[in-house]
Design a protein around this ligand. Structure first.
Ligand code: GLN
Ligand code: ZN
Length: 768
């Protein structure tokens, strides 16, 4: 029996990669230093796996920004607008790569970044490949080969991880009309062949093709292409051990397609879908090996050895142990690095820590499962098995988890708790009486730049170097400065800036009961941006107000309206590590009630506009369409439970980013938020069509500039976008705002951009 993981986290145990990349972008370190950081991280990752006894150690699972962008560069699918960057001799290959990820604004060039979107149903974001009808591919970057060579030099015999060709095309976007990107497969495959030839020439024996789309809804054409692609690769590389990895759902109707591909190993995500195993075992041909994804790559709970071993034995009985591989369910990219780094009892009490496993521990779990199945009599292993089962038992019975009053309150929820008193049109009138907002009200999404300084206050405060009073004073000054600046440039609805928050979910998690925190449990979200998801281990409730202090302070110093700013229940759920001992919907409604308490307190404190951010609603959608309705029902209900218990005159906003709305527009409308602000600028307002086709009745603020890039938009660009929006949405329904919060931006670009945004709005008010 062999073991493998599908990929290891790459940000470094202490986020070394994040720091190195950001220093490189700021011109503070040289390329050589950045490359050295990469070597250290990959070597360390390989060492950990080798020490644990993992058999198939992945390489090319590292990335400086995103693995899809890496492949795009390797395949030479570089959008034309980056030609000037590529041709400039001063720029390294990596500079071109970062330009594609982040846009490029120097040497008199002004090039927008490639689009970014969520990786399946995770909170990881990838850079979307752009395809044209006559798209050419060429073997542009040797980085895949180079990583293999450097792994070999370090003494490893790794398998190379590649995104499979079909998945790669499906991940991309057609930039011209009238063609199907899947038809590019014949142009694409020869480059894959070149890469594989190179790898084989240098001694590669195993390739893992990630093909998660095999676990999704795909059409007949795609199925046929899957067959052709792997037949061709098989024919060209008869000696190569070819693995196809599926994850995030089960094979379901694609089972016979997948098991009959001419490959050597098929990987299944058994954490997401255990039922598929029996079907696969019934249909599996004699040559195929099966990789059992048993250790959860997406969550932090300790593996239940008893359950895993039952599953392994089930498979071993049917196909024999030499054909079974024990594995992580998906790449460990979505797991934090190392539980051993969590030494602070206040953050993560040992009672809770006892229930958890991070990437490094998961690697050991995988190795343990193999060893124990091979040597069930070995004393040391038996001891470890017992320890594991004891921890599992302690968790099911822990008093930290179950709170009677939370369960009772949820039982008592009434249908009327899910809707506002009046219909939107009536509320709109009532609200306008109070708020007196102009045409095209301007606002921002909430956060303002979290400067080094602001961050340093927080870290000093946490270390006890600042008293609560000193810390609050500093934040108040920053908040006041931000309020004054917004007033000065003429924004209509202000925000306090969210300086007191490290992260929009962590902040609430820290204040809510039922949550625990790691000190170092970072997970990559996009590029150098990492998040530290809270751990929801128990029943959730709110003991005291969480945001009223800051919102009332900000409102008290301004004559303009200041929005209260909350994170919605679905997003808190979606961006946390969620307990797996009750349905997610139950946990979500518990959070909704806690947010409802906060909404009521804000309203009572005189806050007239309250924004409840739900950027994660869409990413929570199950990957298979048949499961959507069930999810959308409880997700929408949770939002409404949190937001409906206010008077008509209180204006509820919500915010979503990086979403396509077409297929869920009825659910978005069902949220019945008075105003929704959405990311829109990278898609040139295309996303608004869904709202206009639906005759979406409530107000909408389509983002008029992209905040994920440091690029400053021109006034004219924004005018054009707002005009475009005004053509499809009645002007009295439109708000003007950036795409998302500004916390990751610097003040310099933020100031310029918002001044232009207000100027653009003023110009348009003259016209409309
Ligand atoms: N209010 C949050 C902010 O501005 C929203 C962030 C988000 O949508 N991801 O930071
Ligand atoms: Zn956003």
């Amino acid at each position: 029996m062999q073991t493998q993981i599908l990929g290891y986290p790459r940000i470094g145990a202490n986020r070394e990669l994040k720091k190195a990349c950001e220093n490189y972008w700021a011109g503070k370190i040289q390329l050589e230093t950045l490359l050295k950081c990469r070597r250290e991280i990959t070597k360390n990752n390989w060492d950990i796996q080798q020490a644990a006894g993992i058999d198939l150690i992945p390489c090319n699972d590292f990335s400086f920004y995103d693995q899809v962008l890496d492949l795009t560069l390797s395949l030479g699918a570089i959008p034309e607008r980056f030609n000037a960057v590529a041709l400039n001799k001063k720029n390294s290959e990596l500079d071109l790569y970062f330009a594609m990820a982040r846009g490029y604004q120097k040497d008199d060039l002004d090039i927008t970044a490639m689009e970014m979107t969520k990786w399946f149903d995770t909170n990881y974001h990838y850079i979307v490949p752009e395809f044209t009808k006559n798209q050419n591919f060429n073997y542009f970057s040797q980085s895949i080969l180079n990583e293999f060579i450097s792994a070999k030099k370090e003494g490893f015999e790794p398998k190379t991880v590649l995104i499979g060709a079909v998945t790669y095309l499906l991940l991309g976007k057609e930039k011209e009309e009238n063609f199907d990107r899947l038809d590019l497969i014949d142009r694409l495959l020869p480059v894959y062949t070149q890469i594989l030839e190179d790898l084989v020439k240098h001694g590669a024996k195993v390739i893992q093709f990630d093909e998660p789309f095999l676990a999704l809804d795909i059409n007949d054409k795609t199925k046929e292409i899957y067959q052709n692609v792997y037949q061709k690769i098989r024919k060209q590389f008869p000696q190569l051990v070819i693995q196809v990895a599926t994850y995030f759902d089960g094979l379901k109707d694609n089972t016979s397609l997948a098991v009959n591909l001419p490959i050597d190993i098929l990987h299944l995500d058994l954490v997401r879908n255990l039922e598929q195993l029996d079907t696969v075992l019934n249909e599996i041909p004699a040559h195929l090996n099966l990789s059992l994804g048993l250790v959860d790559g997406r969550n932090i709970w300790k593996n239940d050895y008893k359950k895993s071993i039952e599953t392994i034995q089930n498979a071993v009985q049917k196909i024999g142990e030499e054909r079974v591989i024990i594995a992580s369910s998906c790449s460990l990219l979505h797991s934090p690095y190392d539980l051993d780094l969590e030494t602070n009892e206040d953050n993560l009490p040992s009672e809770i820590k006892d229930w958890l496993a991070f990437a490094k521990q998961k690697v050991s779990e995988i190795a343990f499962l193999r060893d124990f199945v091979n040597n069930p009599e070995n004393d040391a292993l038996v001891e470890k098995y017992k320890e594991n089962q004891d921890a599992i038992y302690r968790r099911t019975t822990s008093k930290l988890i179950h709170k009677e009053h939370v369960k009772n309150r949820l039982d008592e929820v009434q249908p009327s708790d899910f809707s506002r008193d009046s219909a939107f049109i009536d509320r709109k009138e009532t609200q306008q009486h109070v708020l007196h907002l102009p045409l095209y009200p301007t606002t921002t999404i909430g956060s303002f730049p979290q400067t080094q300084e602001v961050r340093s206050w927080r870290s000093k405060y946490k270390k006890g170097e600042l008293t609560t009073e000193q810390y609050d004073d500093l934040l108040k000054q920053e908040t006041e400065r931000t309020i004054r600046w917004q007033e000065e440039i003429g924004i209509d609805v202000l925000v306090h800036g969210e300086y007191e928050r490290n992260d929009m979910v962590e902040y609430f998690g820290e204040k809510l009961k039922g949550f625990a925190f790691s000190k170092n449990g970072w997970v990559q979200s996009y590029g150098s941006r990492c998040v530290k998801p809270p751990v929801i281990y128990g029943d959730v409730y709110r003991e005291e107000a969480m945001t009223v202090y800051w919102s009332s302070y900000a409102q008290s110093i301004s004559d303009k309206w200041v929005k209260g700013m909350l994170t919605g229940p679905v997003t808190i759920l979606q961006w946390s590590f969620v307990r797996d001992d009750q349905p997610r919907s139950t946990t979500c409604q518990q959070i909704a009630l806690a947010i409802q308490d906060e909404v009521k307190d804000l309203e009572a404190a005189g806050i007239k506009i309250i924004q409840i951010d739900e950027p994660a609603i869409r990413e929570g959608l199950p990957l298979r369409k048949t499961e959507w309705q069930e999810y959308l029902k409880w997700a929408v209900d949770s939002f409404k439970l949190s937001s409906s218990n206010v008077s008509d005159s209180t204006q509820i906003h919500t915010h979503m980013c990086y979403s396509e709305f077409n297929d869920i527009i009825d659910s978005i409308a069902a949220l019945d938020a008075d105003v929704i602000t959405i990311e829109c600028s990278r898609s040139q307002m295309e996303l608004l069509n869904a709202f206009s086709d639906f005759n979406y009745p409530n107000d909408i603020g389509p983002g008029v500039y992209d905040i994920h890039s440091p690029r400053v938009p021109t006034k004219q660009e924004m005018i054009d976008l707002i005009k475009k929006a005004s053509n499809v949405i009645p002007t009295n329904q439109l708000w003007i705002n950036p795409d998302c919060g500004l916390k990751t931006r610097h003040w310099e670009e933020t100031e310029k951009a918002l001044i232009e945004m207000v100027a653009a709005t003023k110009e348009l008010r003259e016209i409309y």
